[in-house]
Design a protein around this ligand. Sequence first.
Ligand code: SF4
Length: 178
Amino acid sequence: MKRTADIQYDSRIEGDLVVTRLDAAINWFRKNSLWPMPMGLACCAIELMATGGSRFDISRFGAEVMRFSPRQSDVMIVAGTVTYKMALVVRRIYEQMADPKWVIAMGACASTGGMYRSYAVLQGVDRLVPVDVYVAGCPPRPEALLDALIRLQNQIRREPVLKVWKQPPPEKPLHRDS
Ligand code: SF4
C-alpha cells in the first residue's frame, strides 16, 4: 500500500529548493550546533568528560565542540557542587556568553545542592542563572546528559527566534540559607 507523508520533498518538482519557515531554519541550525561551556566543578565533571568520549559519541547531536571560552559557547553545563566561593565566577562566565544561551544543571549538586546542605554550598545553580534542563543523579550517567541535550534541542526547536532572551535574576547578595 502506498503511504503518503505529511511533509515530503519531491526533487522532480522542487528541484534544489527547500521551502521552510525562517524560525524553523534558524532553530534547526541552533539546536544542531550547540557549543558547550563545560563548567566542571566537582565529581559530575568526570561524567561530563566521559560524555565526550567515543563510547557515547556526543557528536551525533552536534555538541562535541567543547569551548573553554564563554564567548564561543552557547550552552553552559554546570557539572558539580556550586560553592559560594565559585558562585559569582559561574555567574560572570554566564554573563560573558552571547545570546542566545542555555544552561543545563547536571547532577543533584548543581540542581539542588545535593547532599550538601551546608553553609558553603549554593542550594541550586538556578539561584544564579536561569536553568533550562535539570539532570537527576549523583552522578548522572553520560546517557542522562545526552538525554538532557535532546530535551534542550526539543526546547530550542520551539523557541521564537525573535524573543526577548531570558535575563538572569537581578544581582543581589547571596544568602547562606543552610
Ligand atoms: S551530584 Fe554527586 S557526583 Fe555530582 S558533584 Fe554532587 S556529589 Fe559529586
